[in-house]
Design a protein around this ligand. Structure first.
Ligand code: ADP
Ligand code: MG
Length: 274
């Protein structure tokens, strides 16, 4: 029986050179995570811990300094249609309608104009935007724009959906309804999803597992298995949810404290040198 993970991060380290010096800055340090096919994994970590850096690596927009990223056992090199990315900013083309945004690039997949249109409408339907295909981005709310972005990613039928704080710019109400929509879409499509957030509730609500990252440099601190019944009313107020929130909050809180101590330490050291 094959137990090959869909996506594997293998001792991934990413360093940046510091401008104007020989030093390097380590953004990610020895990150190893496996995602099973069809899994919904959430990465949560403090601001600046390297989440977007990790997403860029997964998307093939940059390369690890060391370590490997494997999709179905094959090394990722460069961007590819096997990975769909949804960013925090909607990244829609403002001069194209919602439908035309979803259609964009589908010809490159060998679809005819007509097939592209049908597919785009199917995916707009899936994300709850049936009938909005002719609207331009400026005629859509933030939540609707993000639905279009999700539809566009899914239209390419990627193996893996990578999402970098896609709901962070939305109001709480819209965010919660998009979380529900995303869970529904995930169940309907069976996609493997890696979702990045700094929101604890969002992580618990969405993830089958939640990987907590340390602050600079980003390492995997713990992976928490989430086992809650999401079908009950107001699940975020339930006892199980509260316990998970406390566990993850404590893990993150100690990281935020550590980062502050490091910064204070550096500042004090600086003063002593003067
Ligand atoms: P997060 O998404 O978790 O908030 P990022 O991945 O954006 O964090 O950034 C992690 C760290 O790496 C930050 O300190 C950031 O300044 C640094 N960083 C990100 N990209 C670059 C780059 N291209 N060159 C130098 N430093 C970078
Ligand atoms: Mg980020």
């Amino acid at each position: 029986m094959s137990t090959l993970p869909k996506l594997r991060l293998e001792h991934v380290t990413k360093q940046f050179s510091v401008r104007g010096s020989d030093e390097t800055f380590t953004a990610l340090d020895d990150v190893s995570i496996d995602l099973a096919a069809g899994e919904f994994l959430v990465l949560v970590g403090p601001s600046g811990c390297g989440k977007s850096t990790l997403l860029d690596l997964l998307g093939g927009l940059s390369e690890p300094t060391s370590g490997r990223i494997l999709l179905d056992g094959r090394s990722v090199s460069g961007p590819g249609l096997d990975r769909g990315i949804v960013f925090q900013q909607y990244a829609l083309l403002p001069w194209r309608t919602a439908r035309a945004n979803v259609e964009f690039g589908l010809e490159a997949k060998g679809l005819s104009k007509k097939q592209g249109r049908v597919l785009a409408d199917d995916y707009l339907d899936l994300v709850g935007l049936a009938g909005f295909g002719d609207r331009y981005p400026h005629e859509l709310s933030g939540g609707m724009k993000q639905r279009v972005a999700i539809a566009r990613s899914l239209a390419f039928d990627p193996e893996v959906l990578l999402m970098d704080e896609p709901f962070a710019a939305l109001d709480a109400q819209t965010r919660e309804s998009l979380q529900d929509e995303l869970l529904r879409i995930w169940r309907e499509t069976g996609k493997t999803i890696l979702f990045i957030t700094h929101g604890i509730d969002e992580a618990i609500y969405l993830g089958q597992r939640v990987a907590v990252l340390t602050s600079r440099p980003g390492r995997v601190k713990t992976i928490v298995d989430i086992d809650i019944d999401r079908h009950v009313e107001d699940v975020r107020s339930g006892e199980a949810f509260r316990q998970y929130r406390h566990v993850i909050w404590s893990l993150l809180h100690s990281e935020v404290e550590r980062a502050r101590d490091l910064e204070l330490g550096a500042a004090t050291a600086g003063v002593e040198h003067v």
